[in-house]
Design a protein around this ligand. Sequence first.
Ligand SMILES: [Zn+2]
Length: 281
Amino acid sequence: MLFKKFFSVCLFILQCSTPVYAKSVIFMIGDGMGYNHIDCVNEEVPLFMSSLEPGYVKTKSADNNVTDSAASATAYACGIKTNNEYLGVDPDGKVCETIAEKAAANDIKVYIITTDDEYGATPSAFYVHTDSRYNKEKIDLYRKQAAKTMKLTFNVPSTFDALQYILKKMDKDPYTEYFVMVEGAKIDKASHYNDYDWMVKELVDFDKAVQSAWKYADTHDVAVIVTADHETGAFREDNCDFGSRGHSGVDVPIYTKGLYRTINGVIDNTKVYELIKDTLY
Ligand SMILES: [Zn+2]
């Protein structure tokens, strides 16, 4: 794969004096992170993400205008719409090969990192195949299988700290391709509780992680994609307060760097899968 990229770039520029580095992807999901979360928090704590121009992602699932994390993460992992609560399968229960599984099978190093535990729907969608996100037995089974080819890390206290560890590894091994998924899961959890201070703490940590990925991509051949799986708490911009304790169906922001194409306006969540796939392959 690396050879293929090297060769095609050589053909393009008709000289091969400098080596072409691997093109890795850092995919960052702020679970429950709506645009209003970012915009309101930015008024009291300046956020890096506020300095970026967002595109937007439509998040509806196959069976609901308001997705859950399972269906949304499956859209990102497999590029398909599925039902809420389904992980790594289509609405008929047919297994889809996830971007993480495909990457691992192609000798791309895969890291899945989350502040959530091992039963979190978002990380699970990248390697679990079941029609119920609450089926712990199946999640255990698939997780143990996935751990043979991917590095899975749960319950990290900070997305920023966890990502620094990965960036150091990547820096030491620049010819290897990486697919890194980083999830800030507790933006969602804090928003379900309408706990503003907790949400700010989680969002600020995630934002720091995003900024570090951006900086890393300045000097490395890495693409960064930052988005959310859905919005949580119907956060309002007029009074900077929660409007509900559940998910909402609003489009979520997406920020990208280093992609082969730019995002204009609003895209469907299944297209995010293609952005990752087209960058890795
Ligand atoms: Zn949620």
